[in-house]
Ligand binder design. Structure first.
Ligand code: AMP
Length: 417
């Protein structure tokens, strides 16, 4: 199946070819015709499934079909997304797929000066991509209104609620015209999301490609049991492997992220942290360094990592096991995107074993255990007086784990459609 078999107009097909896309992903295959048809859409899809293009392509096409003749462009489509990183990435996708369409987009988000954003709005835009806070702020200041919106997209609705944006969303909904086409995307569908979607969508068509309980088949998963105090050394041990190039490491807390970065830098591994306490500039710098591979390790917290989209990200390391099982699926979904290969390595200490049980229940899969590493779980914290990196620098634990057998991963994950 190619993009040419979908009813997509030539300028967009040309842009997709230039992007190197050959065939649509399942969500694109299902969603594009529905949206082009004018229906509301309820999409259950996680990041990494190609969901951005699934809405960006038909939005661009619908808007270019009826170009407005007015002198100043009107905001005809609004995309609301929870984080600045996601907003920027969605903007880049619209730029890429819409480069021959003559449709203009503008991205607005908080944490930076509003001046360039208000100037862009004053020049006029067809599509506005926004995080909720800055959007409401600029609306209240009179820089924009939403009266001309024809297509409204709410992206990552579950994360939006997690981040406490529900009141902002309600305000936004009140400012949108009654008659419009709405597209609603969420990786998970808990009851409050279903309720929210019902208040937005009219006779929607539901499309579900990769429910959150399933992990991409292309991702190899590995579990390392390790004492908490040995996690740094284990990380270093793993990163000594030169084939592991750029790696995204997840920690539960901002403080934890900073500590890991400091430790890695001390051992000559280029690393930076990305989390809510970092300025927008610092985040962007870290992300660009990671993307152009001048920096090997990016350490992120869950919220900050939302929207990190790096092509060919082969490794994700869960330095901590997330206490919410769905987060595990989101995290490892950063690798193995769009059919590429990926490996997700997790470090589990004694206290985290119960989180692991929840995860395995959710994904209906036992994550294969690697028990041949030099820092097996003892249940006892290490002697802090000994230098931590000694083992990692090539002196493995004199008492290796009982079994030397490496567990090989098999593609047993089921796709539940
Ligand atoms: P998303 O789920 O929208 O975050 O997309 C995940 C990644 O897949 C992004 O890097 C896209 O550029 C890429 N992508 C989306 N659709 C396709 C496609 N049809 N072929 C190849 N790559 C794609």
């Amino acid at each position: 199946m190619t993009f040419r078999s979908l009813p997509i107009i030539e300028p967009i097909l040309k842009a997709l070819e230039e992007e190197g896309y050959t065939s649509p992903t399942p969500i694109q295959l299902k969603a594009i015709p529905i949206v082009l048809d004018g229906s509301d859409l309820l999409g259950c899809a996680q990041t990494g499934t190609g969901k951005t293009a699934a809405f960006a392509i038909p939005v661009l096409q619908l808007l270019s079909k009826e170009k407005s003749n007015e002198k100043k462009r009107k905001i005809r489509s609004l995309i609301v997304t929870p984080t600045r990183e996601l907003a920027i990435q969605i903007g880049e996708s619209f730029d890429a797929y819409g480069r021959h369409s003559g449709i203009r987009n503008t991205v607005i988000f908080g944490g930076v000066s509003q001046n360039p954003q208000t100037s862009a709005l004053q020049r006029g835009t067809d599509i506005l991509i926004a995080t909720p806070g800055r959007l409401l702020d600029l609306m209240n200041q009179g820089y924009l209104h939403l009266r001309d919106i024809e297509i409204f997209v709410l992206d990552e609705a579950d994360r939006m609620l997690d981040m406490g944006f529900i009141h902002d969303i309600r305000k936004l909904l009140g400012a949108l015209p009654k008659k419009k086409q709405s597209l609603f995307f969420s990786a998970t569908m808990p009851p409050e999301i279903v309720k929210l979607s019902a208040s937005i969508l009219h006779n929607p068509v539901s499309v579900s490609v990769t429910p959150v309980s399933s992990t991409a088949e292309t991702i190899r998963q590995e579990m390392y049991f390790v004492d908490k105090g040995n996690k740094n050394s284990l990380l270093l041990h793993i990163l000594r492997e030169p084939k592991i190039k750029n790696t995204l490491v997840f920690t539960r807390t901002k403080h934890g992220a900073d500590k890991v970065v400091k430790f890695l830098q001390k051992h000559d591994i280029t690393a930076a942290a990305i989390h809510g306490n970092k300025s927008q500039n610092a985040r962007q710098r870290a992300l660009s360094g990671f993307k152009d591979q001048s920096m090997r390790v990016l350490v992120a917290t869950d919220i900050a990592a939302r929207g990190i989209d790096v092509d060919e990200l082969e490794y994700v390391i869960n330095f901590d096991i997330p206490n919410i099982a769905e987060t595990y699926v989101h995290r490892i979904g950063r690798t193995g995107r769009a059919g590429a290969k990926g490996t997700a390595i997790s470090f589990c200490d004694r206290e985290e074993k119960e989180y692991l049980r929840d995860i395995e229940k959710l994904i209906t899969l036992k994550v294969p255990v690697i028990d041949t590493h030099p820092y097996p779980l003892t249940g006892q914290e290490p002697d802090k007086s000994k230098p931590q990196a000694l083992h990692a620098a090539g002196h493995p634990n004199p008492k290796p784990a009982a079994s030397q057998k490496r567990t090989h991963w098999r593609s047993t994950t089921r796709k539940i459609n």
